[in-house]
Design a binder for this molecule. Structure first.
Ligand SMILES: O=C(O)CCC(=O)C(=O)O
Ligand SMILES: [Fe+2]
Length: 188
């Protein structure tokens, strides 16, 4: 999974017009995690969600879902089902990669719904940088864009925010940035 994630990062770097290996150093000794999600069937699926709407705070998510289905993405102003496909993986951009691309790649708002009849499982691999390395968009991109969209941070800063202060949703990165800047100001 990590190898696949690293290859995807090379493709993303190329698409952004930066050196293919630009993101390698940040991730090669990173602290990625794999999570297994289990969603029991639910008598009232219209009243419950398996996982509420959120963007993954991590960099890239590589997801395998079983054949039951339940993953939705918010695109074109509406929730759209991502139908399960045997032998296919779903790749999501996460908030950290949004920052690493100076906002050019947007993290993807998604959720998991439940159903009345079948339990569901999914397996998510979250590619994360090493905790103390600085997350910063490449100079090249910032120069071309004319502004730097996000302050420098470490993965451990964002992890602290999402584990202790804030439940990930669609506005995590925005609120994290505000929190980071105000906590930096307090330590001045
Ligand atoms: O189960 C799914 O399809 C989505 C899970 C998810 O969004 C997550 O683990 O972050
Ligand atoms: Fe997610």
């Amino acid at each position: 999974m990590k190898e696949l994630g690293m290859k995807l990062l090379e493709l993303l770097a190329l698409s952004l017009g930066v050196d293919r290996l630009h993101y390698k150093e940040l991730f090669e000794d990173g602290c990625s995690v794999m999570r297994c999600n289990f969603y029991p069937s639910c008598q009232e699926p219209s009243l419950a969600l398996g996982t509420g709407p959120h963007c993954d705070p991590t960099s890239l998510t590589i997801l395998h879902q079983d054949q039951v289905g339940g993953l939705d993405v918010f695109a074109d102003n509406t929730w759209q089902t991502v139908p399960p496909r045997a032998r296919a993986l779903v790749v999501n951009i996460g908030d950290t990669f949004t920052a690493l691309s100076n906002g050019r790649y947007k993290s993807c708002l998604h959720r998991a719904v439940v159903n009345k009849y079948k339990e569901r499982r999914s397996l998510a691999f979250f590619l994360c940088p090493k905790e103390d390395k600085v997350v910063r968009a490449p100079e090249d991109i910032v120069r071309r864009d004319g502004t730097k969209q996000y302050p420098d941070f470490t993965w451990s800063n964002l992890l602290e925010f999402t584990q202790n202060y804030y439940r990930a949703d669609e506005a995590t990165l925005h609120n994290f940035t505000k929190w980071l800047l105000s906590s930096k100001q307090q330590t001045l």
